[in-house]
Design a protein around this ligand. Structure first.
Ligand code: BEZ
Ligand code: FE
Length: 289
């Protein structure tokens, strides 16, 4: 005999709420929403969530919505500081390639294409770093004409979007790799910086006595026709906060040494003296199925 809504046990709510998505036209929507309900209900039950706590959660989301705009997404930051963005990276990573890492809010689609070997420093302060390497497939074969999309913060720790004094194109570019998959550019040493703290996520981090810092990093998107695109970061070893990235983006394979390079030709090309700071990193892309 079927139980009525009044006599049904508490766990039937979970069953019914999961079932309510089962007729979705897209079966993947049914699966994901069903699992989301299942795990959120388990969280409510296990934590004995009070009404007051649930209301606080809703207030948090409301505040996040108020501060979110085209330029600023507090929900994306929330996902980052909860480790969800990194968890999605981890589970969606095709095996064999370079690890992916968080995109962050400062990527811009309209970076100008610069010649391979370009100098992005343009007289600004900062330790010069020659960043170069190759784009390879999982058999270590070069992928010709891959594209690099690069961005980072300036010597004051700020991205152009945070600093009206910077040219919007400062320290970012797109580069087409050569037929051997090689790319090269001159940039500066990046710096640690804090995630935005003026919204509800900042308040949550403060109440939780959590760090607001990210270690220094270069952002890179690598793409090539026929290969799974890679959104990643390179983290200079020894940077402050490398063991405590507040968005959990650091992976062991993405930590790079800034080493001294004694190549006179490289130094001359950029008007520097040896040794030049060098980061040499090969990216590995996985073929699309
Ligand atoms: C960043 O790397 O720029 C970043 C990533 C996640 C949250 C905030 C900033
Ligand atoms: Fe960043």
């Amino acid at each position: 005999m079927q139980q009525s809504a009044q006599t049904r046990p508490q766990h039937a709510v979970t069953h019914d709420a999961m079932q309510s998505f089962s007729n979705a036209t897209d079966p993947r929507l049914a699966e994901v929403m069903g699992l989301l309900v299942k795990h959120l209900h388990a969280f409510v039950a296990e934590s004995n969530l009070t009404k007051a706590e649930w209301l606080k959660g809703l207030e948090f989301l409301t505040e996040a919505a108020k501060i979110t705009s085209d330029e600023r997404n507090e929900f994306s930051l929330f996902s980052d500081i909860m480790g969800i963005s990194s968890m999605v990276d981890v589970v969606s990573q095709p095996p064999g390639g370079t690890s992916s890492s968080v995109l962050g809010p400062f990527h811009n689609h309209d970076s100008h294409t610069q010649p391979n070997g370009c100098d992005l420093t343009q007289g600004q302060p900062g330790d010069r770093v020659w960043l170069h390497g190759r784009v390879l497939d999982i058999h270590q074969k070069p992928i010709p004409n891959a594209e690099i999309d690069f961005w980072q913060n300036a010597d004051n720790g700020l991205y152009p979007a945070q600093d009206p004094a910077q040219d919007p194109q400062n320290l970012r570019c797109k580069i087409s790799c050569d037929p051997n998959g090689s790319f090269s550019l001159l940039t500066i040493r990046p710096h640690p910086y804090t995630v935005p703290t003026d919204g509800p996520v900042g308040a949550l981090l403060a109440h939780s006595n959590r760090s607001i810092w990210r270690p220094s990093h270069f952002h890179i998107i690598v793409s090539a026709p026929g290969y799974v695109g890679l959104v990643t970061e390179l983290f200079p070893s020894g940077s402050d906060y490398i063991d405590n990235d507040t968005v959990f983006g650091v992976r062991p394979g993405l930590i790079v040494d800034i080493k001294p390079c004694h190549d006179e030709q490289v130094a001359q090309r950029y008007g520097l003296t040896t040794p030049v700071n060098e980061v040499n990193f090969d990216f590995c892309l996985v073929k699309k199925n």
